[in-house]
Design a protein around this ligand. Structure first.
Ligand code: TEU
Ligand code: CA
Length: 558
């Protein structure tokens, strides 16, 4: 495996609306990111991905872009963006923007022109098709956010396609003119000093061009649109063209957001000649989901979590780096999801952190993760802003759940769990803003879970993350933590997550007791050093080791 400039780094996602507000309007901004660069640097962050900050009507929080060459005034100005790039560079940090090119906004000039003349030049920038003979949409695919992917174009018998909201029309990648426009825009940003892009929803750019009906999977007669991906092939032609025209000439970093790909494609995506530098590992986020909707989903168990993480690390080891996450802006908070209900504590948060940070791959933190931010307890659907959660709430209601039950069902999965403002201090509104109100409510636990308090406490989740990052970067252990083999051990034991990281120089052993009960495990190693421990002691003698509930240790062994 070829070594890359980013392999030894640690990455962090910023969701700008909720990161830090400096002008008192209750919405985070670019100045807020600039102000907090030193905070991130001190934590040990090198690469920052910022969710969309382009001009947008915010139907899907900026993932609906109306001008790729402009910064939305809610976040600031182009000058501030340039300042951010310069300030990051000064600190040897790298900025990634979000590349949202499966679709744009219905307010984008291209789409406006397409609607004026669906048969003209710009009509070909989108997927515009006539309905079936009976006037119904071209096929029965359901959008990610509910309802048909096809929206009628008034005054015609035509429809346009949108995999996400109807305000997010899909761009037609089959049209070379569209691809040229996208590459031009990407190069414009890369030339400005951007270090790369996180690439949104990219698997969707290659459609099943037969646009055939799929077997309905809900009683609305529709089938989840993503199921067409199984019948789409040839995406790598577009992806490699994009790579060669934009990323490669800039030695830039690219990280794809893709679900629903086949294991045998891993090499093709992140191998030495892969389409991307890295892709996110979403394997644990898919468990327990089902066709009916979020209200029917179930929690992943600790053993499942372990087995899935182990599988994906073993498959990717020596192929390429997956990006390891426990959450992002589309997922509930990892500590609320992967730690069984009622067991979320400082100990268990640190345990999850240990496993994530020492697994094989690129650690990719999400804002607030470093202080152990948790899910929000939403009191009413009115507190929720996210388009996807609102759709799933209605799906649950239609299935017969009461309002209260529907809220509970979607609360656990809501994307807004991760989108509440970052908790900076115990002050009003968690020190996120000086405004009286915030665009999403602040999680009431901010009095204890916040940056300021945790920075003062050596034993906090924050300091534990900082130590984990420092361990990864420690010249003595870097080779092993970053590139070492990933070897699971004791997998037959219930709720124990243990693995070796092995290089020619060193062997590390990570042991995590994924339960609140203490336990004893057989242990015959000679311990050279205890590198990290979330409990006071690590007791071992006479071929046995004792572990506290949720204890996690990182050992150097012989
Ligand atoms: O997400 C793509 C995606 O397929 C899912 O994350 C999906 O949005 C989610 O499961 C629905 O609940 C990306 C972005 O990360 C997301 O924020 C955007 O909404 C989406 O693309 C559209 O741009
Ligand atoms: Ca602001």
């Amino acid at each position: 495996m070829k070594r890359k400039w980013w392999h030894e780094k640690v990455a962090y996602q910023i969701y700008p609306k909720s990161f830090y507000d400096t002008n008192g309007d209750g919405v985070g901004d670019l100045r807020g990111i600039i102000d907090k660069l030193d905070y991130l640097k001190e934590l040990g962050i090198d690469i920052i991905w910022i969710s969309p900050i382009y001009k947008s009507p915010f139907v899907d929080q900026g993932y609906d872009i109306s001008d790729y060459y402009a910064i939305d005034p809610a976040f600031g100005t182009m000058e501030e963006m340039e300042e951010l790039l310069a300030e990051a560079k000064k600190r040897d940090m790298h900025i990634l923007m979000d590349l949202v090119v499966n679709h744009c906004s219905d307010q984008h000039e291209w789409f406006q022109k397409a609607m004026q003349d669906p048969d003209g030049e710009y009509g070909k920038y989108f997927y515009i098709m006539e309905g079936k003979e009976d006037g119904t949409p071209p096929c029965n695919w359901r959008s990610y956010f509910g309802g048909s992917v096809w929206e009628p174009i008034p005054g015609t018998n035509k429809y346009y396609l949108h995999m996400f909201a109807k305000e997010q029309p899909d761009l037609n990648w089959e049209n070379p003119a569209v691809r040229e426009e996208i590459y031009k825009m990407m190069n414009w940003w890369l030339d400005k000093g951007l270090s790369g892009f996180r690439i949104d929803a990219i698997i969707n750019i290659k459609k099943d061009l037969t646009f055939s009906d799929l077997p309905a999977d809900r009683d609305d007669g529709l089938a989840a649109g993503w199921k067409m991906l199984e019948h789409a092939s040839g995406i790598e032609v577009f992806l490699k063209e994009m790579r060669d025209r934009t990323f490669r000439p800039h030695n830039a970093f690219s990280i794809g957001e893709l679900f629903n790909f086949k294991a045998e494609d891993l090499e093709n995506f992140i191998g030495d000649d892969g389409c991307f530098e890295s892709i996110f590992d979403f394997s644990t986020t898919q468990v327990g989901m089902c066709d009916e909707g979020w209200y029917q989903s179930r929690r992943i168990t600790p053993n499942e979590y372990r087995d899935i993480v182990f599988d994906s690390k073993k498959t990717s080891c020596n192929v390429g780096f997956l990006a390891n996450i426990i959450e992002n802006h589309d997922e509930p908070r990892g500590v609320s999801r992967y730690i069984p209900e009622g067991e979320c504590s400082e100990m268990s948060k640190k345990m999850l952190a240990t496993v994530m940070m020492l697994s094989y791959g690129l650690p990719f933190l999400y804002q607030g993760q470093e202080i152990g931010m948790t899910n929000m307890e939403f009191e009413s659907i009115d507190q929720i802003n996210d388009i996807s959660t609102i759709d799933e709430y209605h799906v649950a209601q239609r299935a017969g759940l009461s309002d209260k039950e529907a809220l509970k069902a979607v609360s656990d999965m809501s994307r807004d769990n991760a989108r509440t403002p970052v908790q900076w201090s115990a002050e009003k509104n968690a020190g996120f803003t000086t405004a009286d109100s915030t665009w999403l409510p602040v999680n009431p636990n901010y009095k204890t879970v916040n940056v300021e308090t945790e920075m003062q406490d050596e034993n906090s989740v924050y300091h534990f993350y900082k130590k984990l990052i420092a361990l990864r970067k420690n010249p003595e252990y870097r080779e092993t933590v970053v590139y070492g083999d990933f070897l699971p051990v004791w997998q037959e034991q219930d709720r124990l997550m243990a693995f070796y990281r092995k290089s020619s120089e060193k062997t590390l052993l990570v042991i995590a007791n994924y339960q609140k009960e203490e336990r004893e495990i057989p242990f015959a190693h000679r311990v050279k050093a205890v590198l990290l421990n979330n409990a006071e002691v690590f007791e071992q003698a006479d071929g046995k080791a004792a572990l506290r509930g949720y204890q996690a240790v990182v050992l150097e062994v012989e």
